[in-house]
Ligand binder design. Structure first.
Ligand code: ATP
Length: 229
C-alpha cells in the first residue's frame, strides 16, 4: 500500500526554481533512499514534504490525504517524523525531557527508544547540550520515533559523525526496518550503507527525479553517472 505519493512537484526559493518535477513514492514498510549529488534537490524535496516550503505544481499525498495547505505541525501529526539536517536537540533539557516532550501515544516510548539507543538510557538525566554530536543525533532520531511516525525521514543523519557512531546509527536503522517495519525515507551519501538497508533508490538530478530502481539494481555505472563528482 502506498503511504507517500509525491507527483511532479516543483518548488521555488523566491524566484529561483529548485525543483522541476520530483516523483517519489514510499510504500508501507518500505525503505527508500533519496540520492543525488549536492544541490540536486534532496533537502528541498524533504522541506516540501514536511511543509516547511510550499510546493507549486504537482501533488503530495500522505496516508491518503493531500498535504496541500497544511502547516508543518499538522502534517507532522499525520505521521511524518523528520530528522532534519544538522542536529537540533533542545540543549537545556535532559535526554529524558527531550524524549517526553515529543511523545505521542503508540508503539514507541522511553523504554523502546532507550533499548534501540542504550546510550540514551545511560544519559537519561544529562542535559542534551552536554552530549556528544553522535549522542545528540541519536536523541534527535529518538525524538522523531517518540512521535510515533508512520514515515521516518532521515536527512543526512550520519553526516559529520565519527565512524563508530555512524555504524551504531546505521545498525539502529537496520533494526528499525527488521523489527518494526517502519517506512523510512533516507538521504545519505554512503551508497554502501544505503545498499544494506534500502529497498529502492530514487535519484534526483537538477531538481528532477532522474532514475528509480530497486536498490539491488543500483550498479556502479548508475552510481558514477548520478552520484559521482
Ligand atoms: P545537499 O546534499 O548539498 O544538501 P540537496 O540535494 O539537498 O543537496 P538542496 O539543498 O535541496 O539540494 O538544493 C537544491 C537547490 O536549491 C540548489 O540549487 C540550492 O542552491 C538551492 N537552495 C537550497 N536552499 C536554498 C535556499 N534556502 N535559498 C535559495 N536557494 C536554495
Amino acid at each position: 500500500m502506498t503511504l507517500l505519493a509525491i507527483d511532479g512537484i516543483t518548488a521555488f526559493y523566491g524566484h529561483s526554481q529548485a525543483l522541476f518535477g520530483v516523483d517519489l513514492n514510499v510504500a508501507e514498510g518500505e525503505v527508500v533512499a533519496l540520492m543525488g549529488r549536492n544541490g540536486m534537490g534532496k533537502t528541498t524535496t524533504i522541506r516540501c514534504l514536511t511543509r516547511l516550503l510550499p510546493h507549486r505544481d504537482g501533488t503530495i499525498r500522505f496516508a491518503g490525504k493531500s498535504l496541500a495547505g497544511l502547516p508543518p505541525h499538522r502534517a507532522a501529526r499525520l505521521g511524518l517524523g523528520l530528522v532534519p539536517e544538522g542536529r537540533r536537540a533542545f540543549a537545556p533539557l535532559t535526554v529524558e525531557e527531550n524524549l517526553i516532550a515529543a511523545a505521542r501515544p503508540g508503539h514507541w516510548d522511553m523504554a523502546r527508544v532507550t533499548a534501540l539507543f542504550p546510550r540514551l538510557g545511560e544519559r537519561r538525566a544529562q542535559r542534551a547540550g552536554l552530549l556528544s554530536g553522535g549522542e545528540q543525533q541519536m536523541l534527535v532520531i529518538g525524538r522523531a520515533l517518540m512521535t510515533n511516525p508512520r514515515l521516518l525521514i532521515l536527512d543526512e543523519a550520519t553526516e559529520g559523525l565519527a565512524p563508530l557512531i555512524r555504524a551504531e546509527i546505521w545498525a539502529a536503522i537496520r533494526r528499525l526496518k527488521a523489527e518494526t517495519g517502519l517506512a523510512i525515507l533516507v538521504v545519505d551519501k554512503s551508497l554502501k550503507e544505503l545498499s544494506h538497508v534500502a529497498d529502492r533508490a530514487v535519484i534526483l538530478e537538477k531538481g528532477r527525479t532522474a532514475w528509480t530502481c530497486p536498490m539491488v539494481a543500483m550498479t556502479q555505472e548508475l552510481a558514477d553517472r548520478y552520484l559521482g563528482v
